[in-house]
Structures are given as structure tokens and as C-alpha cells.
Design a protein around this ligand. Structure first.
Ligand SMILES: *[C@@H]1O[C@H](CO)[C@@H](O)[C@H](O)[C@H]1NC(C)=O
Length: 205
């Protein structure tokens, strides 16, 4: 009996050790995302429909809520077109992506990228997840803030809404906080952040 328990314990230790070696490759982080000893800086950006960086869960099949845990997200770049980025989206991540620059409520200016998520190209997400939103750390009142250092290139702040269950996606970078409201409760991204959502515009929550 004692021998039997001992053998079981040894086997499970052996497997744990194997798992640690095989399952957790140590990969270098992009210096843009990670400064040794400092907070991780997450910089999203929108240039055009084929050139953008967005925030998504770092690991496969993660809910947006779970990804808000420390170190749970990464900035992913579009279609692998940005050579130095460590995290690259699958080609065609967004169906009918649209980029729009507008003046906003007080004419401070904002830019947004919106569209339908192609779930077949989104291993980071869980299709049934109702999703949620990320915000830059500069947003003034923000209990759901991601971690320090997240910002949008060229703008004061951003809000990103990711709702896998209805496929809506939008990243809006703005200079005036009034232009970057976040959905609450059962609101869809499109209820609060008007934009071109293609085929998922009329989606249910
Ligand atoms: C998209 O933006 C990138 C970066 O600014 C630029 O190099 C590229 O030419 C742009 N593509 C189009 C189609 O405008």
C-alpha cells in the first residue's frame, strides 16, 4: 500500500515536471510592451483598416472579464503586418473593418476602428462570452481599468469594446472623455459607440 501511494505520487510529480517544460515556453517579450522592472506598457493604435494594434486576452480562450487580471492582456497587431510585434492577429480577424475619424461631441477629435469579429480567427476569445471593455489608464473614473500604462498612440485615452457573443468590436481613441463612454449592463458596443459594425450591427446582446 505504501509503495503504491509512493509510485502514484512519483508519477504525478514526473508529469507535472514534464508539463512545466513542455507547456510553458519562455519567449522574449517585445521591448515596446515590456520594460524590465517597470510596468507593462500597452499601446494600441489605429492607422487604417489594415494597420492597427488592439488589446485582447494574452492567452487562448479567455473571457474579457478574466483577461482584466494583472498581465492578462496583450496588444495584438493587425494581420502580422507589423514586423516587430510579438503578438499578431490572424489574418481576417475583423470582417469588414472600418476606420473613421470624427470631431466628436466637443470637437476634440477621435478615431475608431470597428467591425465584426471573425471568431474563427480569434483563438483568444470564447464565442459565448458576452465580453466587455478595456480602457486606458488615463480615464478619470474607471473601476474596470486595465493596468497602468495602457494608452492609444496620438490620443489621450481609449475605450475598446469586445463582445464575442454578438461579434461586435470597436476601439475608439479620443481626446475628450465624453467621446469615450463605456457600455454598461447589457448594452451592446453599438448602443454606446456608434460606428460601422457591418453584419453584426443589428446583433442581439
Ligand atoms: C496604413 O498605415 C500604415 C502605417 O501608417 C501605412 O504604412 C500604410 O501605407 C497604410 N495603408 C493604407 C492602405 O493606407
Amino acid at each position: 500500500m505504501i509503495n503504491y501511494v509512493y509510485i502514484l505520487a512519483s508519477l504525478s510529480l514526473f508529469h507535472t515536471a514534464l508539463g512545466a517544460v513542455a507547456g510553458a515556453p519562455v519567449l522574449p517579450e517585445s521591448t515596446e510592451l515590456y520594460n524590465r522592472g517597470a510596468v507593462i506598457e500597452e499601446v494600441v493604435s489605429i492607422s487604417n483598416v489594415s494597420h492597427y494594434r488592439i488589446e485582447l486576452p494574452k492567452s487562448d480562450r479567455t473571457t474579457i472579464t478574466a483577461s482584466k487580471a494583472p498581465d492578462g492582456t496583450r496588444v495584438w497587431s493587425s494581420d502580422g503586418s507589423m514586423a516587430n510585434d510579438r503578438y499578431k492577429l490572424a489574418k481576417g480577424f475583423l470582417d469588414t473593418p472600418s476606420v473613421s475619424k470624427q470631431g466628436g461631441l466637443n470637437n476634440a477629435g477621435f478615431v475608431q476602428l470597428s467591425g465584426c469579429i471573425n471568431l474563427d480567427k480569434a483563438p483568444q476569445l470564447i464565442p459565448s462570452d458576452k465580453g466587455g471593455f478595456y480602457r486606458s489608464s488615463s480615464a478619470s473614473v474607471d473601476p474596470n481599468m486595465n493596468f497602468q500604462g495602457s494608452r492609444c498612440e496620438g490620443y489621450k485615452q481609449f475605450v475598446e469594446c469586445v463582445q464575442p457573443s454578438n461579434k461586435q468590436f470597436i476601439l475608439r481613441c479620443c481626446n475628450d472623455e465624453e467621446d469615450c463612454p463605456a457600455p454598461s449592463g447589457s448594452q451592446k458596443c453599438s448602443d454606446v459607440l456608434k460606428g460601422s459594425y457591418g453584419a453584426c450591427a443589428e446583433a442581439r446582446t
